[in-house]
Design a protein around this ligand. Structure first.
Ligand SMILES: *Cc1c(COP(=O)(O)O)cnc(C)c1O
Length: 423
């Protein structure tokens, strides 16, 4: 009897803990409640990815993941990720402020600006966050003014990596990082300004598939790190590729974890101190968690193409136009019909093609299309172009879909505009 009771209790416990992922009927229900277009993020997927990263590097004594806010910056998402134990990677003072508003300790934030004003850097340093500098003249200037503030150095390892020239940031012509060939100059500045270098960092780009490229860049970083004897952490940045389609390739995090952990531990042994291994993933944590839902306004058959036109455009979902990104699109309101070829386009008065010649289950007016991988660099890149409202956002958590950002309304469009003819 008691045993039965225990079994029942544990079943209840399991059903509380293991919430299912989002299915089509939940997504359709959410569109009914919150209207389209709508972004929905699955908290379970974010958690799974976070835990996957942690367990891949379990051989390392001290690991810190710093979520890159710029991928998806909604405060409910930030709080959720911070609660998992994550730190924060911020690229602007506003991202630092957002993270602080979400209750994180300043020491768990690393600020990695590029080309910002000295004034902003000073203000951020006063907030007590880690500062990452990627420019020798900025380092010299900042170091002279604030010799007591420890600094992390962003190294450019000159590795060509990344899925697209806009997101490949570690190559020779990149504006990011301090070249490994400038290390002697860097050391002179450190000596003259008497600053403490507490970390070494790299971030070579997004969508890196080949882990050998990653490991080669890591070796360069280890070489650079040997020049500094007060390090607390080594930050390997991010750039992991995630799958965009069923059976698409992705960075083998588990293999990378195994190989890099071993190499990192060996480095720490030689260095004589257990350093913190850091990563700052954006896309890896949130890309696959996101779905973008929009409604089909019309089907337009031309001489060569069938267009499905949705109630959105590159104002809401820029990646296909900006990076040539390909996102998997499903017709979730009519998923099992005959498949036909469609070009999915928006309502912006400019070319806004989301996908060309895609085989999708027959689309009718009013159908709801679901774009996958809509978590990273989607809502954060949305705009009011064509004077449209930015979409609402929702979070799937504890088996519920909750609104985390209201859809804009007309007032939002004009709130900062000044009508000089009506004063
Ligand atoms: C954008 C960015 C990241 C996150 O890159 P993902 O490809 O989204 O993982 C990490 N670090 C820095 C410095 C960045 O600018």
């Amino acid at each position: 009897m008691i045993l039965l009771y225990i079994i029942q209790i544990s079943e209840v416990f399991i059903s509380i803990c293991s919430f299912g992922s989002m299915n089509n009927s939940m997504l359709l229900e959410a569109v009914k409640n919150f209207e389209s277009p709508l972004y929905i993020y699955d908290s379970n997927k974010i958690k799974k990815q976070y835990e996957r990263l942690i367990s891949s590097f379990s051989a390392v004594k001290q690991l810190q993941i710093n979520y890159a806010v710029k991928a998806l910056s909604n405060i409910s998402i930030l709080k959720y990720i911070i609660n998992l134990g994550s730190g924060i990677d911020a690229v602007s003072i506003q991202e630092v402020q957002l993270a602080l508003k979400c209750g994180i300790k300043p020491t768990k934030i690393i600020y990695t600006p590029n080309g910002v004003s000295m004034n902003e850097m000073k203000k951020v340093s006063e907030l007590g966050v880690k500062i990452n500098i990627d420019n020798l003249s900025v380092l010299e200037d900042f170091g002279n003014k604030n010799p007591k503030i420890p600094i992390c150095i962003r190294i450019n390892p000159h590795i060509m990596a990344g899925g697209n020239s806009k997101i490949s940031v570690g190559h020779i012509d990149s504006k990011f990082g301090i070249s490994i060939h400038q290390i002697p100059h860097l050391l002179r500045i450190v000596e003259n300004t008497k600053i403490t270098v507490n970390g070494i960092h790299m971030h070579t780009g997004s969508d890196i598939l080949d882990i050998d490229v990653f490991l080669r860049a890591a070796e360069i970083l280890f070489e650079a790190a040997k020049n500094f004897n007060q390090l607390e952490f080594i930050d390997f940045g991010s750039g992991f590729k995630v799958p965009y389609f069923p059976n698409d390739s992705e960075t083998n995090i588990e293999e990378l974890g195994e190989k890099l952990s071993e190499r990192f531990n060996e480095f720490c042994k030689n260095y004589g101190k257990d350093l913190i291994l850091m990563f700052e993933p954006g896309k890896f944590l949130v890309s696959e968690a996101g779905k973008f839902l929009c409604k089909v306004n019309s089907i337009k058959q031309t001489t060569s193409t069938v267009f499905a036109q949705v109630d959105s455009g590159f104002n809401h979902f820029l990646r296909p136009m900006m990076y040539g990104a390909s996102h998997h699109i499903e017709n979730i309101s009519n998923p099992n019909d005959i498949e036909r070829y469609y070009s999915i386009v928006g309502y912006i008065c400019e070319t806004d093609t989301f996908a060309s010649n895609r085989k999708i289950s027959t689309i009718n007016n009013g159908d709801i299309l679901c774009f996958n991988n809509a978590g990273a660099y989607c809502h954060t890149m949305s705009s009011n172009y064509n004077s449209r409202y930015r979409p609402a956002e929702a979070l799937h958590i504890n088996d519920e879909i909750r609104l985390i950002r209201k859809r804009e309304v007309f007032k939002d469009l004009i709130k900062n505009q000044i009508d000089i003819f009506n004063q």
